[in-house]
Design a protein around this ligand. Structure first.
Ligand code: CO
Length: 669
């Protein structure tokens, strides 16, 4: 028995005279970033964080995570919110607790390595807007990708937290690549770079409790910097891993407030507070204050988001993580992608192909963006390869990875796959071994040029530089040059109420499904009747047809009994799927000719996605196999080759347009 569980107080003392622990566990709260990113696709809006912000500031968290990861992308793309503004707004309500962000090192808050000028500007502006702690990771654990951002974090006087992405190739820690020595070495590397703290980033919830113990013990012995554990709940192990890590002396733990906890998110803070109560690692947090926050989140916030929660499963643990060691978010992406392509029945093949692809690509950790890179290539292989040829459709990101643009892989990439990927690759067929950003040209000057007259400040320009297609669209909404589409607007409580009423009616069997057959046209004999059923009021149209009258329509009306003539209630918005579709099409250039009316060989979209760009214009000559369209699917870009030699006869979409599988992208004649 360790002395951690010696309670030095009675329950009576809890409220008033609770002694301060000798070595309290520090806690970072993730509710406002990883919590909603994990549970409802990062759709949390700033207006729904404000009601609890001041109360959360009172808890005593070591830090609160408010930004980074997918927030930057989702906010401007799906919520019509300026991500920079969120930090400034929340800062007004949370003055004591330091803000933490997840920074994908040279990937910033995007999916590729950006040039040094953009990386420096981004970190500088994040700090200026109010960011305090930069939790920095690289998907390949290649710390050369830290070399540009870290000096800027330090120069701004901010906290540099270096991450080690926790990965494995075996069912438990160990094996050739990701063993204890690997993690100790990485921690030493981070310390040498000046890390103010070191985080074990277990994004998939893979770390087993006794491995957490071993790794924390080893790291505490090897380095001086505080050790932080970030472990998702996905597999169900994290509360046990937290406790073992605490016994091993971990300094900081990540948790969420209960309504934003568990499933693919993180363990809740409240059980941990009670677990440690009165021990020498007592958090010192007031559980009653937390209960008050939870009540607001439950009653006033969550109802607006519950339609985004994945309620397809009763189980809160994803045992696929235990079976396949695959991050939960990655699995749901794969399932979504297969479903969109009508190929969900091939998930078994995907599970089998995934470790092969990962091994071919250098046994890289699976975290954004590498989880998408490996996942999408795996799906491509399952869907498009045949017995004669593997890697028939290689994504641009896999090509970049093979070239070395993401950094050094844990083990060398399979030479055959690398050679195939780099055939005709624009930067060259010989991979690089230097720090990736060394081959990237400065990006800001071009970005400034592109959004001249649209961007007002550097923050706007950076947003555009990281997200050219959706960023430009957002800037047009922001400055009133284009009307934002309906689907980016916040859901109102009235809509939630209307939906809830519909659902409860359906559950009670009071909603009858519409007949599939088309309603007959209304004749001039139509008469309307007001029908009152209990508290509900219906307007019923009765059309005399031949001998007997036929009820031709029945429309439920809002319940405003004294005024039966009240206008119709607005239709409840359809619940958006977690992987919401792109906002409305950008109506810039009209298609030059409709493909349907043009003879020739069509290029069909092999998957649903968003058109990033066309490499050719109408009238251009193309060779078979040459890239003609870049299509983004599941955040990865796919270069689509010309199906034949010829001339481009028609182009059907423009940059930013969403397309379905099988849509004609262009025609070659
Ligand atoms: Co996370």
């Amino acid at each position: 028995m360790s002395d951690h569980n010696q309670v030095k107080m009675t329950a009576m003392e809890y409220d008033q005279d609770r002694p301060k622990a000798e070595n309290p566990v520090l806690v970072e709260d993730l509710t406002l970033r990883d919590g909603h990113q994990s549970l409802f696709a990062t759709r949390g809006r700033t207006e729904d964080m404000i009601p609890v912000a001041e109360m959360m500031d009172e808890i005593g968290f070591w830090a609160t995570e408010t930004w980074g990861g997918a927030t930057f992308d989702t906010m401007h793309r799906f919520l019509n919110e300026d991500p920079w503004e969120r930090i400034r707004t929340l800062k007004r309500y949370m003055k004591k607790t330091p803000f933490s962000m997840l920074l994908r090192a040279q990937n910033l808050v995007g999916y590729r390595n950006y040039a040094d000028d953009l990386a420096r500007a981004f970190v500088d502006r994040a700090a200026a807007n109010g960011m305090d702690i930069f939790r920095t990771f690289d998907a390949l654990n290649d710390y050369r990708n830290f070399e540009t951002v870290v000096p800027v974090i330090k120069a701004c006087g901010k906290h540099f937290q270096g991450c080690i992405c926790y990965s494995m190739t075996e069912p438990r820690m160990g094996g050739e690549v990701y063993n204890l020595d690997y993690y100790v070495q990485k921690a030493k590397d981070l310390e040498a770079m000046g890390a103010d703290s070191i985080c074990i980033k277990d994004m998939a919830g893979l770390i087993a409790p006794y491995d957490a113990y071993a790794i924390v013990k080893a790291l505490k012995a090897a380095v001086k910097a505080p050790i932080h554990l970030h472990s998702h709940f996905t597999s169900g192990m994290s509360p046990m891993s937290h406790l073992k890590a605490i016994e091993a002396g971990v300094d900081i733990i990540d948790t969420c407030m209960t309504p934003y906890a568990y499933r693919t998110s993180h363990a809740a803070i409240e059980p941990l507070v009670m677990t440690l109560l009165g021990t020498n690692r007592d958090t010192g947090f007031d559980i009653k204050k937390m209960a008050a926050i939870n009540e607001i989140l439950e009653k006033d916030v969550m109802p607006k988001y519950k339609h985004l929660l994945d309620d397809s499963k009763v189980s809160i643990i994803d045992i696929n993580v235990l079976l396949h060691q695959t991050p939960g978010g990655m699995l749901s992406n794969l399932v979504n992608q297969l479903r969109q392509m009508d190929a969900l029945d091939r998930i078994g093949e995907v599970y089998k192909e995934l470790p092969r692809v990962r091994k071919d690509l250098g046994q890289i950790p699976l975290v954004t963006p590498t989880s998408q890179i490996v996942g999408i290539q795996t799906v491509n292989n399952v869907l498009f390869d045949d017995e004669n040829e593997r890697y028939k459709m290689i994504t641009d990101q896999v090509k970049d990875l093979c070239y070395g643009l993401y950094g050094k892989t844990a083990v060398p990439i399979d030479p055959e796959v690398q050679k195939k990927a780099l055939k005709g690759y624009a930067r060259g067929e010989e991979p690089i071994t230097c720090r990736p950003a060394e081959v990237l040209e400065a990006e800001l000057p071009q970005a400034e040029e592109d959004v001249k007259g649209l961007a007002v400040d550097l923050d706007d320009t950076i947003l555009y530089a990281i997200y050219p297609v959706t960023g430009k669209k957002f800037l047009k909404w922001k400055y009133g040059k284009e009307e934002p589409p309906e689907e980016v607007k916040a859901k109102t409580f009235d809509q939630v109420k209307a939906e809830d009423e519909l659902v409860s009616k359906a559950r009670a069997g009071l909603l009858v499904e519409k007949q599939a057959q088309a309603a007959p046209a209304k004749s001039e004999n139509l008469r309307t009747f007001n029908v009152f059923v209990g508290d509900d009021f219906y307007e019923v149209g009765v059309d005399a047809q031949g001998e007997s009258p036929v009820i031709s329509y029945m429309q439920q009306m809002p319940v405003q009994m004294p005024q039966p003539q009240a206008p119709m209630a607005p239709p409840a918005a359809a619940p958006a799927a977690p992987a919401a579709t792109e906002p409305a099409k950008e109506a810039e250039a009209a298609p030059e000719a409709k493909a349907a009316s043009v003879d020739g060989t069509p290029l069909l979209a092999p998957m649903p996605g968003m058109v990033v760009s066309y490499a050719k214009q109408v009238g251009d000559a193309v060779d078979e196999g040459e890239t003609v369209v870049v299509l983004e699917a599941m955040k990865m870009e796919n270069a689509l080759p010309a199906p034949t030699d010829g001339t481009i006869k028609a182009i059907n979409y423009s940059s930013g347009d969403s397309v379905a599988k099988g849509d004609v992208l262009l025609v070659i004649g």
